[in-house]
Design a protein around this ligand. Structure first.
Ligand code: IPD
Ligand code: CA
Ligand code: CA
Length: 270
C-alpha cells in the first residue's frame, strides 16, 4: 500500500475506482438490454447515450469521494480543480463500436495518476464479469487472482493484437503498414476493438503483444498500470519511454518487445 499525500492511499483510490467501474459496467448492461441511442462523431466514430450515462455515473462517484481531484474523461474532457496532484483518466465505454453492434467486447477503464505517474488501474468487462486491477508495484489481478504476462519468447509463436483509429480512411498513418508486417511475422494478429482490454489481455498472458499508433490517454491509462504490474513492458514505437499523453504504444510481455520494435522499425523505414 503506497501512502500518497492528503492521507490518500493507493488502496483507497483502487477501491473507489473499482466501485465506479462496476457501477458504470452495470449501467452499460442495462442499456445493452433496454436499448440505446447512437450519434456519429464522424463517419465511423460513434457515441451512445450509454457512454454519456456511464461517464456521468463515474464522475459523480469520484467527485463524491475525492472532490479536490482532477478528472479527464473521454466525452466530457478535462475538469481540473486547482492544483490537484491526482488525475483520474476515464473511458466510460472502451469499445463503443462493439457495443453499438451488440458485439459483447467492451469495458470501463479508470486510471489514476499521481504527479503524472500511473498508480492505479481498473478495467471492468461487464459482459464476462472480469475485473482487472492493479496498484503500481503491487502486482496485477483478475477477479482477485494474480495475473502475469506470457512467457512466449519469439514473435513467430506470439499472438498479437492491434487496433485502428477512427481516421483510418483519411491518413496514411493508419497502422495498416505495421499490421501487414505483423500478420506475416507472428502466429496471428487479432483486433478486439477495446484497447483497454487488449492491454489487460497482454497482462493476463492471453495475448503476447499489442501496439497502436493513435490512442488517447483514456484508452491506455488504466491498462498500462495493469500491464506493468503484471511484468509487461510499454514504450513508444521507437522504444522510447511511454507517456499516457502521447498516442503511440507498444506493449508486450517484455520478452518479444525488441522483436516487435524491429518489425515496426522495418515498416517505418520502408
Ligand atoms: C477505441 C478502442 C479501439 C481502438 C481505438 C479506440 P472507443 O476506443 O479502444 O480498440 O482501436 O483507437 O479509439 O472509441 O471504443 O472508446
Ligand atoms: Ca477508448
Ligand atoms: Ca470510449
Amino acid at each position: 500500500m503506497q501512502p500518497l499525500d492528503e492521507a490518500v492511499t493507493t488502496a483507497r483510490l483502487l477501491s473507489v475506482a473499482v466501485d465506479a467501474c462496476k457501477s458504470a459496467g452495470g449501467l452499460l448492461l442495462d442499456y445493452a438490454r433496454s436499448g440505446f441511442q447512437i450519434e456519429h462523431k464522424n463517419a465511423i466514430d460513434l457515441v451512445t447515450d450509454a457512454d454519456h450515462a456511464a461517464e456521468q455515473c463515474i464522475l459523480d462517484y469520484i467527485r463524491a469521494h475525492f472532490p479536490t481531484h482532477s478528472t479527464l474523461a473521454e466525452e466530457r474532457g478535462h475538469d481540473a480543480p486547482p492544483a490537484s496532484r491526482y488525475q483520474w483518466i476515464i473511458d466510460p465505454l472502451d469499445g463503443t463500436t462493439n457495443f453499438a453492434h451488440r458485439f459483447p467486447v467492451y469495458a470501463v477503464s479508470i486510471g489514476v495518476e499521481w504527479n503524472g505517474q500511473g498508480v492505479v488501474g481498473v478495467v471492468y468487462d461487464p459482459t464476462r464479469d472480469e475485473l482487472f486491477t492493479a496498484e503500481a508495484g503491487h502486482g496485477a489481478h483478475l477477479n482477485g487472482q494474480p495475473i502475469r504476462v506470457s512467457s512466449t519468447t519469439q514473435l513467430d509463436g506470439a499472438l498479437m493484437v492491434t487496433g485502428f483509429a477512427y481516421d483510418i480512411r483519411e491518413t496514411v498513418n493508419n497502422n495498416l503498414n505495421h499490421f501487414a508486417r505483423f500478420a506475416l511475422k507472428s502466429q496471428g494478429v487479432r483486433r478486439t476493438g477495446s484497447a483497454a482490454l487488449d492491454l489487460c489481455y497482454v497482462a493476463a498472458g492471453r495475448f503476447d503483444g499489442f501496439w497502436e499508433v493513435k490512442l488517447s490517454p483514456w484508452d491506455m491509462a488504466a491498462g498500462v498500470v495493469i500491464l506493468r504490474a503484471a511484468g509487461g513492458r510499454v514504450t513508444d514505437l521507437r522504444g522510447h519511454e511511454h507517456s499516457t499523453f502521447q498516442p503511440e504504444l507498444v506493449a508486450s510481455n517484455a520478452r518479444i518487445h525488441d522483436e516487435m520494435l524491429s518489425v515496426i522499425r522495418e515498416s517505418l523505414s520502408s
